[in-house]
Design a protein around this ligand. Structure first.
Ligand code: HEC
Ligand code: HEC
Length: 301
């Protein structure tokens, strides 16, 4: 019976080892989730002027597309729900039941949006503050003014939770959803930007709308940061890539209808259903910016 005893000991050792590994992954991932970040507190003027609120609404629905995750009424939504990785909820931003509107100060909103840092210092998960860090003070203030103006929504959303594979990847440093960890907290922000059909304003919109967040800083495409594995990569928008031969009209049509000149339907991962609400001048400015990008091989940043 010596053999049985040895097998038994091995089994016990394996169980202990698995338990220890699980505990390690859990503790390590908790440490990553709970890491605190020091971010400045932006001093942002939030007015309730009608034009400012309208600008904020346009940014939230057509440019920076907050509504894609927080819902059309800003009452919150499920941002990611993956059986292995986890569920991440974009919270209710209104002042209704379970909403954060009544709890967060203007400065709390500004810090979360611009630096990806929550009031207790933890990083937001998934929310693309790497895009929103480009917003001017005036536009950040307009966004907050709009959030403050929407009717309260009562919500009843499940809590966010990380699941085993998500925790293992976090522990290994292989799940880039802790957005604040990658941001430069010391960068300068313009007070306001002059709108116009210019490369400069196109770059500003392209950054704030997330074109560079998903298609890469050099617009050459690649895997989308913080996206679940079943998402397609973003495509190469530089002259050597997918848009070679496109005209301004082709581009505007693709962003308005989701249909490319060769008749392909863009997937919803490319948020054209929100971008179609941009004005002609905004889309023209973004086209100028896209065309100004030097040719790059796909996925080289
Ligand atoms: C890709 C999805 C996504 C987009 C787009 C997005 N958010 Fe979020 N947002 C989230 C998620 C998810 C959280 C919660 C993060 C967490 O729990 O770790 C969040 C958190 C926040 C918070 C912090 C709430 C708190 O707990 O203190 C604010 C404020 C916020 N979002 C505002 C905005 C605004 C304004 C925009 C548009 C400019 C926006 N979000 C766009 C997903 C998104
Ligand atoms: C959340 C990530 C994301 C953001 C933000 C995003 N894109 Fe995309 N984009 C994609 C993905 C993914 C595809 C590929 C879609 C497909 O294959 O159906 C794509 C495809 C495209 C295409 C079509 C290329 C082709 O030939 O099929 C264009 C044009 C485009 N994006 C431009 C933009 C512009 C301009 C912006 C900013 C205003 C932008 N994208 C923002 C993810 C994104």
């Amino acid at each position: 019976m010596k053999v049985l005893k040895i097998i038994g000991s091995i089994l016990i050792a394996l169980v202990v080892l698995a338990f220890a590994a699980g505990l390690f992954v859990y503790l390590r991932s908790e440490a990553v989730l709970n890491q605190r970040y020091a971010a400045p507190t932006p001093q942002i003027r939030v007015s309730s002027d009608e034009q400012v609120v309208a600008r904020g609404k346009h940014l939230a629905t057509a440019v920076s597309v907050c509504v894609e995750c927080h819902g059309q009424n800003l009452g919150g939504g499920v941002s990611i729900d993956d059986p292995a990785l986890g569920r991440i909820i974009a919270p209710n931003l209104t002042s209704g039941k379970n909403g954060l509107g009544a709890q967060l100060s203007d400065a709390d909103f500004a810090r979360a949006i611009r630096f990806g840092v929550l009031p207790d210092g933890r990083s937001v998960r998934v929310m693309p503050s790497q895009d929103y860090q480009h917003l001017s003070d005036a536009d950040l203030g307009a966004l907050i003014a709009y959030i403050r103006s929407v009717p309260p929504v009562d919500s009843d959303l499940p809590l966010s939770e990380m699941r085993p594979l998500g925790r293992a990847l976090l522990a290994a440093g292989k799940l880039p959803i802790m957005i604040a960890s990658e941001l430069d907290m010391g960068r300068d922000h313009p007070q306001s930007m002059e709108p116009g059909v210019t490369v400069e304003y196109g770059r500003y919109l392209g950054n704030s709308a997330g074109c560079t967040g998903c298609h890469g800083p050099g617009l050459s495409g690649g895997p989308i940061p913080a996206a679940p594995p079943d998402w397609p990569p973003a495509l190469n928008l530089t002259p050597s890539g997918e848009l070679a031969g496109w005209s301004e009209a082709n581009f505007i049509q693709a962003l308005r209808t989701g249909i490319t000149p060769d008749g392909r339907q863009l997937s919803d991962h490319m948020p054209w259903k929100a971008y179609r609400n941009m004005t002609d001048d905004e889309l023209k400015a973004i086209w100028l910016f896209v065309k100004s990008a030097p040719a790059r091989e796909a996925y080289t940043h």
